[in-house]
Design a binder for this molecule. Structure first.
Ligand code: FNR
Length: 350
């Protein structure tokens, strides 16, 4: 299959997936303004290259919370990989390991995090958590992530309730088919029943404090968009901040993450790394985010398209394409490493 670009993977995925499942992966909340804004905002930014800097093959690796990523492109946590491919999260994890990058395993994965780890020895896994109102069950989830060898907890805080995804409402898609479930949500008792994921509007910074006391794992706060919350996150001892609007799936009309990034970077003041996801589709997008102060980015839907198109191989290709594009763009920008990118190399063009 001749997949030369991420777009080709999306086309192939659309052709292969059931329409309602494609819509679940592709769609967002409300009018999908935020979904579109994430990509459009990258397109409005230009890269201003430097010349004659004598740079050899660029160094793309970054170290992040003790994990090493050969390219600053992580796999964002996305639910339900077995809807896209029978191997599901196992295939994604093997591809992430081969690409030498971090996979953030969703709490809503269709393979239990321990089984994902077993399927991909050597993978750097982080675990995404929605803090559950049942504190004991939250602790069960944290211990499972620790036992699986996950190196960080990514706590998603942009979901006090589920976003209103109109494609899903229209398609009547509200749950996994019978043969699949959110394997991390098994009770461990009571006949090992699968609990529903509860999104609670009552969560507060105290829950982050409790989590901090519960585990030695670094905590990444995912879904920070307001600089005041970035400052609070520092007060509450988080190890990294992830600027994310959930790929436009929660509150519609949240601005594009790349436009929100500079204020969050300023608020973080270099105290912790800042990550970003949302709309990253090209190596040049990665460079723009890093130039504006992100330590790394993550990709959500492109990984799903790779998985749906060609399983592990597809995800490997998607991550490989992004790596090639990042290296190429760095060379064209006269950068010997990602650390040479700086805000002056990004210009708003329209
Ligand atoms: C997500 N996202 C997400 N985030 C999270 O914290 N837990 C989750 O279970 C999921 N599930 C999920 C499913 C699907 C189908 C998508 C598309 C997204 C959000 C995800 O981590 C990330 O923020 C966005 O996907 C980034 O935007 P792009 O790269 O998809 O544009």
């Amino acid at each position: 299959m001749g997949f030369g670009t991420l777009r080709a993977f999306e086309d192939e995925a659309r052709a292969r997936l059931e329409p309602a499942h494609y819509d679940y992966f592709a769609g967002g909340a409300g009018d999908e303004l935020t979904v579109r804004a994430n990509e459009a905002a990258f397109a409005r930014l230009g890269l201003v290259p430097r010349v004659l800097r004598g740079a050899a093959k660029p160094e793309t690796g970054v170290t992040l919370l003790g994990s090493r990523a050969a390219v600053p492109v992580l796999v964002a946590p996305t639910a339900f990989h077995r809807l896209a491919h029978p191997e599901g999260e196992r295939a994604t994890a093997r591809a992430a390991a081969a690409a030498e990058t971090v996979m953030i395993v969703s709490m809503a994965a269709t393979v239990a995090v321990g089984d994902v780890a077993d399927a991909a020895p050597g993978a750097d896994l982080w675990f995404q958590l929605y803090v559950q109102p049942d504190a004991a069950f939250t602790e069960t989830l944290v211990r499972r992530a620790e036992a699986a060898g996950c190196k960080a907890l990514v706590v998603t805080v942009d979901s006090p309730v589920m976003g209103l995804r109109e494609r899903d409402l229209r398609n009547g898609f509200h749950d996994l088919p019978e043969h699949l479930c959110c394997e991390n949500m098994r009770d461990g008792a009571h006949g090992d029943r699968v609990r529903p994921i509860v999104m609670s509007p009552e969560l507060s910074w105290e829950d982050i404090d409790r989590l901090r006391e519960m585990t030695a794992l670094p905590i990444v706060l995912k879904g920070v968009t307001h600089p005041a919350d970035a400052r609070l996150a520092l007060d509450h001892g988080v190890s990294a901040i992830m600027v994310s609007n959930h790929g436009g799936r929660q509150l519609d009309t949240v601005p594009a993450t790349i436009d929100l990034l500079p204020d969050i970077v300023a608020a973080a003041g270099g105290a912790v790394p800042v990550l970003l996801d949302g709309g990253v589709r090209r190596g040049t997008d990665v460079l723009k985010a890093l130039a504006l102060g992100a330590t790394a980015v993550a990709v959500g839907r492109p990984v799903i398209w790779g998985l749906a198109a060609d399983g592990e191989r597809g995800v490997t290709r998607v991550l490989g394409l992004l790596r090639t594009e990042v290296e190429h763009a760095l060379t064209l920008c006269g950068c010997a490493s990602v650390h040479e990118l700086e805000p002056g190399m990004v210009r708003r063009t329209c």
